[in-house]
Design a binder for this molecule. Sequence first.
Ligand code: M6R
Length: 610
Amino acid sequence: MCGIVGYIGNKRAVKILFNGLKRLEYRGYDSSGIAVINDKLERFRSVGKINELLQKVNKIKILGNIGIAHTRWATHGKPSNENSHPHFDCANNFAVVHNGIIENYQELKNELLTENHKFTSETDTEVVAHLLEKYYKETTNFFEAAKLTFKRLIGSFALCIISKYEPNKIICCREGSPLVLGLGKSENFVASDILALLPYTRNMIFLDEKEIAVISADKIEVFDFNGVKHTKAITEINWDAILAEKKEYKHYMLKEIFEQPDVIFETIDNKLDEENYNIIFNHLNLTNDYFKSINKVYIVACGTAWHAGLIGKYYLEEFCNMYVEAAIASEFRYRNVPISKNDLIIVISQSGETADSLAALRKAKKLGAKSLAVCNVRGSTLTREADGVIYTNAGPEIGVASTKAFTTQVTVMYLLSLYIAKIKNTISDDKYKNYIDELLLIPNKIREILEDYNSLKDLSLTFHNFKNFLYLGRHFNYPIALEGALKLKEISYIHAEGYASGEMKHGPIALITEEMPVVIIAVKSFISEKVISNLQEVKARDGITIVITNEDVDIPDDLIDYKIILPDTIEPLSPLLSVIPLQVLAYQIADFLGCDVDQPRNLAKSVTVE
Ligand code: M6R
């Protein structure tokens, strides 16, 4: 989705803005732009990659110590120079960048057109620049004009504005779309994502809903939309900027796949007192009595995070004997779900900014449910709005295709389920300890799988020109079939479907021919026999089978065309191993096809609009 960076201080703004934009590239975008003030307000915009904008800008040495920049992911109007941000008013006195959607823009535009404002783009954002122009004429004050403008807007927006009238400040506001302010020495920053600011400062202020910030080089002031001043806490971010670098890896996604053993270990280590087998969640804010009284659990998320939620559902049912639904957030938010105060909503999200997931959280809270966030980004909206938080310790995930965020989410759901099971007394002590011991072995087992990275290349090469794939899995590994298919389609653009193996004969079996590779997860399980029957059904129709299994699962050789052997583990932990070769397969195929792995077409890392 769109990205925002703003800078004011004693350095050349352009350089800092470009660095910031580069660090936001991973979010997905189709055009970019920048505006700075020296004597005049200057603007440069370009369709395509940031480097194209950089080439334009590099031709002229642009001075100026204040500026704003933007990467745009088109919503209103196709990617073009005219539609790229920043947007200007008629007289080029205001420059505006915007993330989100202004829902009442057409109504505002009609009003402004009757007042003779001239529009140059198809965007919703441009109305903001013209409203500022209108209200500045009435108030001759940038802050007053901004307040009046923000009050007219309906929708979700993070806005950042500079003006030639008062070139010593940036004004920004947040409603429904995140903004973070960075504090420096004689310089300050603003961005839609902390990653853009990490090279410059660790001290951040998170804007809350309906807050306005006035940023100058030596101070930051925050107000509500009526101009009442707010006192804000400064948060120190611990993420090391180095963690977000690509190092020797060809792509961030590859680096993140290889980081999984470490970040899973970190996620466990952070929450486990190994000596006493105690699981400790520092920000849970939910009592043991509450856990004993829960009626129903809703796990709500989108995309890959929803797949982690589905595995969480199996864990909670299996270990805690609870009634659990794993729902897609975009559906949940509009359903008439009977929620009560004895229900718990668990929202899983890497970014903590996904619009649908936040809407689901707000809905459930309004209906009285308690809430828990499983999230990777400290300070994100989700972590601030949920009653309790369990952090995944994945570190910054830059690749659009989620990998290490997923496996750490599954790890957290496993730990949470064991934690609740202990409270509810639904698990024996021996089993509980054994389940923890087995979890501690997982990072090394993933390392073992990744040692075979190069040998998986032959398989990827064999299959990279196929047009369709089917992924099948059962029970704990049904969500892995969905995840494997999602990984392949999002980065290689190959059509792939994930199914519960048992569903195959209810429809997808019609697709099976000698041109259909079928990836089947057939790990050691109490229902291995059933999966072997599914394999038989595929082979009987000449399908090509790629089987992910364990050494001692007895599958007749003639049912297997290609085999990937995983280390043994207990069945509930098998998804943490079976997903690894599927991530690698998707990555290698996409790389063979020459796809832009880290920034696949049409996709955004953090989906902050509905
Ligand atoms: O930030 P979130 O975890 O809330 O994001 C949810 C999905 O948008 C995300 O998992 C998406 O499906 C990824 N591209 C999958 O790789």
